[in-house]
Write a protein that binds this ligand. Structure first.
Ligand code: PHB
Ligand code: FE
Length: 328
């Protein structure tokens, strides 16, 4: 369908705070000065507007990511890679026991369009959902402009590697990526490449620390190198991961600088399983049956190593693969 002929996604008239209401199946989304209000046939829920927009921004930008994106302990999405469940209370033992949980499935394109429309209408001019709290203005108050540039940022997804011919470029002052205030001590030198004659166009190298020191976003893994299903997805982190990610495969973390603490819970009930403190040089494998949220007191660099093989979710779900790569 051409854009002009799409059915209206949200209410035509804004509410008293200036924001439009949106409907998706039996879910409704509303916002006021401080909160997003989500309603479904068996309940209602409130999420602070800044947290809601940060979570929804990532869900949209990541195409619903691997497995589950919990906005908080109640609301979120399950990616079935082509279609998506929107749920309330489904991964919360207490909502389930009380029979208040609810889930609806949508084609990925439909839920993407509605989420994009909500993001666009509810994000005020001063607020950047990808930015660290100290590097953005307020998300709160009555509707005040929009910030389309921030919410439609290019997502870095290298085909082979940053800096390879025809691939994603490295970052510089000139390309609009100054060094972040937390990383002024990071060396900016580039590796010397000395290729054998005849291979000059095929040997590529770049300074990953320098690249990350120039990231303008937080909690947003970008694909910097690809080898078959092996994706290196480093990211810079500050404050709190805006989603609680429920895994459908093992993820490896390599802490490249500073410190992140991870709260690790059972993926299905939310019961606390572990608190993991990762300092520079630490490596962890996050199991396939957990959910996790990171806390980074200072901007830090994290390498998330993903295995994008489409076979993995079924292998873990059927028990053919153990949920952790090492059994102690
Ligand atoms: C994760 O869920 O594994 C994750 C997501 C975003 C990040 C880091 C880790 O920035
Ligand atoms: Fe994760």
């Amino acid at each position: 369908m051409a854009t002009q002929t799409l059915p209206e996604l949200g209410s035509l008239e804004p509410n008293q705070h200036g924001y439009r209401e949106f409907t998706l199946g039996k879910f409704t989304f509303n916002r006021d000065g401080y909160f997003a209000h989500i309603a479904w046939p068996k309940g209602t829920h409130m999420i602070p507007a800044d947290a809601f927009l940060r979570a929804m921004q990532r869900d949209v930008a990541w195409g619903f990511f691997y497995g589950i994106v919990n906005f908080d302990a109640v609301v979120g999405t399950v990616n079935h890679y082509g279609n998506v469940d929107l749920y309330a209370g489904r991964f919360n033992e207490h909502y389930r026991k009380a029979g208040r949980d609810y889930s609806e499935n949508f084609p990925a394109e439909l839920i993407t369009r509605v989420f994009q429309a909500i993001l666009e209408d509810w994000t005020n001019a001063a607020f950047d959902p990808f930015a660290a709290p100290q590097e953005t203005g307020s998300a709160f108050g009555p509707k005040n402009g929009s910030n389309k540039e921030a919410i439609t940022r290019h997502r870095v997804t290298a085909k082979r590697m940053i800096g390879a011919p025809g691939d994603e470029p490295t970052r510089s002052d000139e390309s609009g990526f100054p060094i972040n205030r937390a990383f002024t001590d990071v060396p900016q030198d580039a590796p010397d490449v000395m290729a054998e004659p005849g291979f000059e166009g095929e040997v590529v190298s770049f300074n990953l620390f320098a690249y990350l020191s120039r990231s303008d976003v937080t909690w947003n893994p970008s694909v910097v190198s690809v080898c078959k299903a092996s994706l290196y997805c480093p990211t810079t982190e500050e404050y709190i991961l805006p989603v609680i990610h429920g895994n459908d495969r093992v993820e490896w973390f390599v802490q490249l600088s500073d410190e992140i603490q991870w709260e690790v819970e059972d993926r299905d009930t939310g019961a606390l399983r572990a608190r993991v403190t990762m300092r520079a040089g630490d490596v962890a494998a996050m199991p396939a049956d957990i959910r996790h949220r990171g806390f980074s007191p200072k901007r830090s660099m994290l390498l998330v190593w993903e295995n994008a093989s489409p076979d993995l979710p079924a292998l873990y779900a059927s028990g053919k693969m153990p949920p952790a790569p090492v059994q102690f």
